[in-house]
Design a protein around this ligand. Structure first.
Ligand code: MTE
Length: 326
């Protein structure tokens, strides 16, 4: 099936953004290359939904009307991979690309799944990918708490699948995500400006939401180091800092996890961190955002409640005071 055609076998999910006009040539992904790098081989390719992403160019010209969503454009790949927040590798946006690619190895890589669950395990990332495949392709809006945004074409699998694999016990109320800790090879982690490793958390209900994703690729290629290789969380209705990169550990816990940003500045970075144009950051407005890659003259665009995913997630916070639980 071509992505331009309506999907016949399943209902088109309402959160799915189309592949749009600015799609760079790299997007016409080399699926085989992707599979080869992941070492999945032919057996795994049989598991993949065929051609969810079109391999032919001129995608938007023939885009089926049901996938059209005016005004949404994918951020070019070179910007997504060069304008990064990954404080383990420096505070400037261009540092992660430079510093995370000087001999830092993100394969082999083991991931530990533990805490309150029936099936704790430690396994290699490629084994995990095989267990949780097929890999899905999802175009998501990305809104950083710093008031800039992108639209990113992720490859990955629903976090809910990983939860299912682990089988959390009824006592598990939250999922804690822990990024790698490797001060010997990561210069930033040798400073104690932050309390490494980077940690984040979601409620169990949030982890089950269909939008919560474990990404292993971007633009049809394995994740680059600067984007959180070999696997990271993606929670598109929350500010980008919730989407912890380069995960080493995923734990099911009873208490709300302490998270890096929340610990550092609790008055600025709440646990929930839902994108909300009505609650400003204490130091700047969250009403609008600068679109990375857009013309300077385009100005800022309004920020949407839950980053545009209100329909899919608002029910998770019904009755909650979003000013207090920011
Ligand atoms: N994960 C780790 N481990 N370290 C970080 O510094 N930065 C967060 C998030 N995940 C960060 C992280 C922030 S602030 C954002 S906006 C996104 O990653 C940026 O992801 P990107 O560089 O792929 O756009």
């Amino acid at each position: 099936m071509d992505r331009n055609e309506p999907r016949k076998s399943w209902v088109h999910p309402s959160w799915d953004l189309p592949d749009c006009a600015t799609t760079p040539e790299a997007y016409y992904l080399r699926r085989r290359e992707f599979l080869r790098v992941f070492g999945l081989g032919l057996a795994a390719s049989a598991l993949l939904p065929p051609g969810i992403r079109a391999e032919s160019p001129g995608l938007n010209d023939s885009l089926h009307p049901s996938y059209k969503l005016d005004g949404v454009k994918l951020t070019p790949e070179d910007l997504i991979t060069s304008y990064n927040n990954f404080y383990e590798w420096g505070l400037a946006k261009d540092q992660p690309k430079e510093l995370a690619n000087h001999g830092w190895k993100t394969r082999p890589w083991s991931v530990e799944i533990g805490g309150l669950c029936v099936n704790p395990r430690k396994l290699d990332v490629d084994e995990l990918i095989q267990l949780l495949g097929p890999i899905e392709h999802r175009n998501y809006r990305h809104r950083c708490v710093e008031a800039w945004s992108m639209v990113m074409p992720w490859d990955g699998f629903a976090l809910a699948k990983l939860v299912e694999l682990a089988q959390p016990t009824p006592d598990a109320k939250y999922v804690k995500f822990t990024s790698f800790l490797d001060p010997a090879n990561c210069s930033g982690q040798r400073s104690n400006e932050f309390s490494w490793p980077y940690t984040e958390g979601l409620t169990m209900e949030e982890a089950h939401n269909e939008l919560a994703l474990i990404a292993v690729g971007l633009y049809g290629k394995p994740l680059r180091n600067q984007n959180g290789a070999p696997l990271r969380l993606v929670v598109p209705w929350k500010y980008g800092f919730k989407s912890a990169k380069s995960l080493a550990k995923i734990d099911f816990v009873t208490e709300q996890p302490r998270t890096l940003w929340n610990q550092l500045a609790p008055n600025e970075y709440g646990f929930y961190a839902n994108v909300n144009p009505n609650v400003d950051h204490p130091r700047w407005s969250q009403k609008s955002e600068r679109v990375i890659g857009a013309s300077f003259f385009a100005g800022k665009q309004p920020t949407l409640m839950f980053n545009g995913y209100e329909k899919q997630v608002a029910h998770l916070y019904a009755g909650m005071d979003l000013r207090k639980n920011f």
